[in-house]
Design a protein around this ligand. Structure first.
Ligand SMILES: NC(=O)c1ccc[n+]([C@@H]2O[C@H](COP(=O)([O-])OP(=O)(O)OC[C@H]3O[C@@H](n4cnc5c(N)ncnc54)[C@H](O)[C@@H]3O)[C@@H](O)[C@H]2O)c1
Ligand SMILES: [Zn+2]
Ligand SMILES: [Zn+2]
Length: 378
């Protein structure tokens, strides 16, 4: 590679400050250091967590940054000591690492690796270290990945090597939304065959949760959203019933309890709203109901009456669907290639990186499931 060892100047969408459109800029991407690789990003999805940081979290130390964390690309060059990857490998950068050595990686109970940006930086959503500069300023790598850039540098503990046959403009969705929702149902809730589930929020994360419930053998999957335009799509992934909270004057938990003789076995919150988290918990049946928080928010406390848990419900959370990232993503790519999980059906729009602000607007107004941006030619 002619570019190996050199700074690459390339195009990226920079979020200079919160609540403002991203700006397409030329940035400088330093060569990978020890145990890092530089990746040419081919495609990226836009996930609600990008919008969360830009419009909701808005942490003052989290800007300027290059957003994007749901991408796929090709290794351009590798840093000193890297033997696991070679230039030309197809890869998916991971916002949650798997170092295989820490206490958490060694436990089969969790995917919470103790390395990477996520340790103590959930509010800022980036590590202070970055390989990006723009106009002489340091630019942060959002969630350690920054896929709204033609090139990015990632530590090898946060990259999955995937099947060379994988179409990058589809499998990019496994970098976040689809693994998150699917895994939340299968790995975290551990949905059982014959069960009744409710999924709150039908973006890509919620629809992937619906797909996970179906794949685990759920009998009834109740899809809940305040935007009825999402219901047709939810059918494609296996939802059997649809509820719009706006159509009811009573609390949604009561509506679901009446539909299910006392509550659902599993509920998944895929919105990122603490009031919905409470409703999802209260929609579970006493005795054994399990409710999983998937939606991302770090701004407000949540609340519930203790009796909800005392009477036998379990409240859990799920990051990246509970998948150990380096192991899980290649497996999910394989499952897609074997037609065991859907990806194409999530993609409602395709655009170029230059149109990233249009893609953000579509999501903000509930007009898309996923927009996939083409970032660099393959
Ligand atoms: N835990 C994780 O690892 C992880 C990973 C990715 C995304 N997320 C989070 O998951 C959530 C969903 O992401 P997405 O990309 O699918 O977002 P999205 O914006 O595409 O979808 C959100 C959906 O929620 C619906 N909604 C909003 N308010 C609602 C309400 N009161 N009741 C029911 N439905 C409501 C919207 O109409 C929309 O369909 C976000 O909070 C995102 O930050 C978490
Ligand atoms: Zn995401
Ligand atoms: Zn680890």
């Amino acid at each position: 590679m002619a570019t190996a060892g050199k700074i690459i100047k390339c195009k990226a969408a920079v979020a200079w400050e919160p609540n403002k459109p991203l700006v397409i800029e030329e940035i400088e991407v330093a060569p990978p250091q020890a145990n890092e690789i530089r990746i040419k990003i081919v495609s990226t999805g836009v996930c609600h967590t990008d919008l969360y940081h830009l419009f909701e979290g808005m942490h003052k130390d989290g800007f300027p940054a290059v957003l994007g964390h749901e991408g796929a690309g090709i290794v351009e060059s590798v840093g000193p000591g890297v033997t696991e990857f070679q230039s030309g490998d197809k890869v998916i950068p991971l916002f949650i690492s798997q170092c295989r050595e820490c206490r958490f990686c060694k436990s089969s109970k969790t995917n919470q690796c103790d390395k990477g940006w996520a340790v103590d930086r959930h509010d800022v959503m980036a590590s202070p270290e970055t390989r990006f500069t723009c106009r002489g300023k340091k630019v942060l790598q959002f969630m350690g990945t920054s896929t709204f850039s033609e090139y990015t540098v990632v530590n090898t503990i946060a990259v999955a090597k995937i099947d060379p046959a994988a179409p990058l403009d589809k499998v990019c969705l496994l970098g976040c939304g689809v693994c998150t929702g699917f895994g939340a149902a299968v790995n975290t809730a551990k949905v059982e065959p014959g069960s009744t589930c409710a999924v709150f929020g039908l973006g890509a994360v919620g629809l992937a949760a619906v797909m996970g419930c179906k794949s685990a053998g759920a009998k009834r999957i109740i899809a809940v959203d305040i935007n009825p335009e999402k219901f047709e799509k939810a059918k494609v992934f296996g939802a059997t019933e649809f509820v719009n909270p706006k159509d009811h004057s009573k609390p949604i938990s009561q509506v679901l309890a009446e539909m299910t003789d006392g509550g659902v076995d599993y509920s998944l919150e895929c919105v990122g709203n603490v009031a919905v988290m409470r409703s999802a918990l209260e929609s579970c049946v006493k005795g054994w109901g399990v409710s999983v928080l998937v939606g991302w928010t770090d701004m407000h406390d949540f609340a519930a009456r203790p009796i909800q848990l005392i009477s036998g419900r379990t409240w859990k959370g799920s990051l990246f669907g509970g998948f150990k990232s380096k192991d899980g993503v290649p497996d999910m790519v394989k499952a897609y290639l074997e037609k065991k999980v859907k990806l194409d059906e999530f993609i409602t729009h395709t655009m170029t990186l230059d149109q990233v602000n249009d893609a953000i607007d579509l999501m903000k107004h509930g007009k898309c499931i996923r927009t996939v941006l083409s970032v660099s030619p393959q």
